[in-house]
Design a binder for this molecule. Structure first.
Ligand code: CMP
Length: 143
Protein backbone atom coordinates (compact mmCIF):
# COMPACT_ATOMS: atom_id res chain seq x y z
CA UNK A 1 0.00 0.00 0.00
CA UNK A 2 1.32 3.45 -0.90
CA UNK A 3 2.67 5.63 1.90
CA UNK A 4 3.52 9.32 2.07
CA UNK A 5 5.24 11.63 4.52
CA UNK A 6 3.28 14.68 5.66
CA UNK A 7 4.37 17.25 8.20
CA UNK A 8 2.46 20.06 9.90
CA UNK A 9 5.05 22.85 9.96
CA UNK A 10 5.77 25.10 12.97
CA UNK A 11 3.18 27.67 11.81
CA UNK A 12 0.47 24.98 11.62
CA UNK A 13 1.35 23.69 15.10
CA UNK A 14 1.35 27.24 16.53
CA UNK A 15 -2.04 27.91 15.01
CA UNK A 16 -3.58 24.72 16.45
CA UNK A 17 -4.20 23.19 13.04
CA UNK A 18 -2.93 19.67 13.80
CA UNK A 19 -6.41 18.33 14.57
CA UNK A 20 -8.01 19.98 11.54
CA UNK A 21 -5.33 18.61 9.22
CA UNK A 22 -5.43 15.08 10.64
CA UNK A 23 -9.21 15.14 10.35
CA UNK A 24 -9.10 16.05 6.66
CA UNK A 25 -6.96 13.03 5.81
CA UNK A 26 -8.95 10.71 8.10
CA UNK A 27 -12.25 11.82 6.59
CA UNK A 28 -10.89 11.40 3.08
CA UNK A 29 -10.30 7.75 3.95
CA UNK A 30 -6.56 7.55 4.47
CA UNK A 31 -4.94 5.62 7.29
CA UNK A 32 -2.51 7.16 9.78
CA UNK A 33 0.32 4.68 10.37
CA UNK A 34 2.90 6.89 12.11
CA UNK A 35 2.94 10.25 13.91
CA UNK A 36 5.07 12.29 16.28
CA UNK A 37 5.44 15.83 17.57
CA UNK A 38 9.12 16.69 17.34
CA UNK A 39 11.76 19.36 16.98
CA UNK A 40 13.79 19.04 13.79
CA UNK A 41 17.56 19.46 14.17
CA UNK A 42 19.46 21.71 11.75
CA UNK A 43 21.13 18.58 10.32
CA UNK A 44 17.81 16.81 9.67
CA UNK A 45 16.33 19.97 8.14
CA UNK A 46 19.29 20.37 5.79
CA UNK A 47 19.03 16.75 4.72
CA UNK A 48 15.26 16.81 4.31
CA UNK A 49 15.37 19.96 2.19
CA UNK A 50 18.67 19.04 0.47
CA UNK A 51 17.24 19.52 -3.03
CA UNK A 52 16.73 23.23 -2.23
CA UNK A 53 20.30 23.79 -1.01
CA UNK A 54 21.20 26.23 -3.78
CA UNK A 55 17.99 28.25 -3.51
CA UNK A 56 18.23 31.77 -2.07
CA UNK A 57 15.60 30.92 0.55
CA UNK A 58 17.36 27.77 1.85
CA UNK A 59 18.68 29.44 5.03
CA UNK A 60 15.26 30.87 5.79
CA UNK A 61 13.62 27.51 5.13
CA UNK A 62 15.93 25.63 7.52
CA UNK A 63 15.63 28.32 10.15
CA UNK A 64 11.83 28.29 9.97
CA UNK A 65 11.36 24.51 10.03
CA UNK A 66 13.63 24.27 13.10
CA UNK A 67 11.95 27.22 14.88
CA UNK A 68 9.38 25.13 16.75
CA UNK A 69 7.83 21.68 16.90
CA UNK A 70 6.46 20.00 13.80
CA UNK A 71 3.93 17.17 13.63
CA UNK A 72 5.44 14.46 11.40
CA UNK A 73 3.10 11.83 9.98
CA UNK A 74 2.99 8.83 7.68
CA UNK A 75 -0.28 8.23 5.85
CA UNK A 76 -1.21 5.22 3.79
CA UNK A 77 -3.76 4.48 1.07
CA UNK A 78 -4.53 4.42 -2.65
CA UNK A 79 -2.68 7.17 -4.52
CA UNK A 80 -2.03 8.94 -1.21
CA UNK A 81 1.06 10.79 -2.50
CA UNK A 82 -0.78 12.56 -5.31
CA UNK A 83 -4.10 13.02 -3.54
CA UNK A 84 -2.46 14.44 -0.40
CA UNK A 85 -0.63 17.00 -2.58
CA UNK A 86 -3.97 17.99 -4.10
CA UNK A 87 -5.55 18.30 -0.65
CA UNK A 88 -2.61 20.48 0.48
CA UNK A 89 -2.90 22.85 -2.50
CA UNK A 90 -0.19 24.66 -4.44
CA UNK A 91 3.10 25.42 -2.64
CA UNK A 92 2.46 29.16 -2.78
CA UNK A 93 -0.74 29.68 -0.79
CA UNK A 94 -1.61 32.67 -2.97
CA UNK A 95 -2.12 30.19 -5.83
CA UNK A 96 -3.70 27.45 -3.71
CA UNK A 97 -7.40 26.86 -4.36
CA UNK A 98 -9.97 27.49 -1.63
CA UNK A 99 -10.85 24.19 -0.02
CA UNK A 100 -7.23 23.05 0.06
CA UNK A 101 -5.26 23.25 3.31
CA UNK A 102 -2.91 25.96 2.10
CA UNK A 103 -5.71 27.74 0.26
CA UNK A 104 -7.80 27.88 3.43
CA UNK A 105 -5.17 28.63 6.06
CA UNK A 106 -2.14 30.46 4.67
CA UNK A 107 -0.92 33.36 2.57
CA UNK A 108 2.90 33.13 2.70
CA UNK A 109 5.01 30.64 0.73
CA UNK A 110 7.51 30.29 3.58
CA UNK A 111 4.74 29.61 6.11
CA UNK A 112 2.50 27.32 4.12
CA UNK A 113 1.35 25.10 7.03
CA UNK A 114 2.15 21.65 5.65
CA UNK A 115 4.79 19.70 3.76
CA UNK A 116 4.06 16.58 1.73
CA UNK A 117 6.24 14.27 -0.35
CA UNK A 118 6.04 15.06 -4.06
CA UNK A 119 6.87 11.65 -5.60
CA UNK A 120 7.19 7.96 -4.68
CA UNK A 121 10.98 8.41 -4.43
CA UNK A 122 10.76 11.37 -2.07
CA UNK A 123 8.02 9.66 -0.05
CA UNK A 124 10.26 6.67 0.59
CA UNK A 125 13.25 8.87 1.40
CA UNK A 126 11.30 11.18 3.73
CA UNK A 127 9.41 8.41 5.57
CA UNK A 128 12.76 6.71 6.27
CA UNK A 129 14.43 9.97 7.25
CA UNK A 130 11.84 10.76 9.92
CA UNK A 131 10.65 7.33 11.09
CA UNK A 132 12.18 4.02 12.10
CA UNK A 133 10.39 0.90 10.93
CA UNK A 134 9.40 0.23 14.58
CA UNK A 135 7.55 3.57 14.76
CA UNK A 136 5.16 2.61 11.97
CA UNK A 137 2.15 0.50 12.77
CA UNK A 138 0.19 -1.90 10.66
CA UNK A 139 -3.50 -2.45 11.33
CA UNK A 140 -6.51 -3.59 9.38
CA UNK A 141 -8.67 -0.97 7.78
CA UNK A 142 -11.82 -2.66 6.55
CA UNK A 143 -13.89 0.36 5.51
P1 CMP B 1 7.59 22.56 1.07
O1 CMP B 1 6.54 21.79 0.38
O2 CMP B 1 7.86 22.26 2.50
O3 CMP B 1 8.95 22.41 0.26
C1 CMP B 1 9.93 23.41 0.17
C2 CMP B 1 9.51 24.67 0.85
O4 CMP B 1 10.24 25.81 0.51
C3 CMP B 1 8.10 25.01 0.41
O5 CMP B 1 7.19 24.10 0.99
C4 CMP B 1 7.97 26.44 0.87
O6 CMP B 1 7.46 26.56 2.19
C5 CMP B 1 9.42 26.91 0.86
N1 CMP B 1 9.61 27.97 -0.12
C6 CMP B 1 9.42 27.88 -1.44
N2 CMP B 1 9.69 29.09 -2.01
C7 CMP B 1 10.06 29.93 -1.00
C8 CMP B 1 10.44 31.28 -0.95
N3 CMP B 1 10.51 32.02 -2.06
N4 CMP B 1 10.74 31.81 0.25
C9 CMP B 1 10.68 31.06 1.38
N5 CMP B 1 10.32 29.74 1.38
C10 CMP B 1 10.00 29.19 0.20
Amino acid sequence: MEKTFLMVKPDGVQRNLIGEIVQRFEKKGYQLVGAKLMHISKELAEEHYGEHKERPFFGELVSFITSGPVFAMVWQGDNVIKVAREMMGKTNPVDAAPGTIRGDYSVQVGMNIIHGSDSPESAEREVNLFFNESELVSYAKDI
